[in-house]
Design a protein around this ligand. Sequence first.
Ligand code: ZN
Length: 333
Amino acid sequence: MTWWRPSATPSRCDWAGAGLERGRELTMRKHAASWPAGWVWLGVLAGGLAALAPGVRGETAATQPGQEKYRAHVEALTKRVPGGFTIVPARPFVVVGDEPADIVRQRAAQTVGWAVRLLKRDYFSKDPDPIIDIWLFQDQASYRQHAWELFHDRPTTPYGYYSARHHALIMNIATGGGTLVHEIVHPFMAANFPQCPPWFNEGMGSLYEQCEERHGHILGLTNWRLAGLQQAIRQGPLPPFKDLCSLEAEGFYGPNTGGSGGAGGSGLHYAMARYLCYYLQQQGLVIRFYKEFREHADEDPSGYQTLQRVTGERDLAGFQKRWQAWVLELRFP
Ligand SMILES: [Zn+2]
């Protein structure tokens, strides 16, 4: 099953305030022909330790929880990465890219590292296991070529996808960084809230497609999915929240997985889920909702009752009407 759902318009994140962390910059560009393998490897390890604990000095790798496993993982990865790629440890992930080394480092720090830090602060205590590689290919040609050469995949989407078999996120990064943040939410959700139904998993992923940091927290902003949702609300009726929340993967993603944000198929499910999460965020309730939903998932697997309790809305049909009116007032850009 793929986690990836493409956007019709390349999405992006607003990285204002996401400063580059110097401690995460230590990386080595792999030049298989020019550097002895051991030398390259030492550089990668140095980057890995710095990424793990930039402020901790003098500790051996063995004292770092999970460090041995991470080290072994990066070592194995180093052996199969083609020349011209840069490997950047960005725990709990590893970023590999064929853009200029500075750009790959920047993406690892300013997109992956930044999102991981903020998502963990508000939501996720457990790291994804196994370790997931984030492959960032510089353009469509590189993406398709390497998806085949490295994974024997012929991608069905121009944007990127998650390969469960390879524990790899395989992306055409030319389509934007916001989709990368969306994808990063999914392995964290799987590790921390494995029973999470599709609506909340995709709602939270897509909430952060367009985001910024405010007062040390990640904040979703309105984005390109709004127009299609507003159009669907005007045309009506939308599926009731009760139905949306109860959808299993097949029903949520459906045969129409275009993710267009338009009035039909899965695009509408994504947009409804996103703007329900956005509403919770704007009411200051999204973190509480996540925690209570997780706690009560056994007796309330759809989250419907948790939604009633957290919003204080017993009549969710009436609530949905007011939510729809609220969505119609939103603006993007
Ligand atoms: Zn997704």
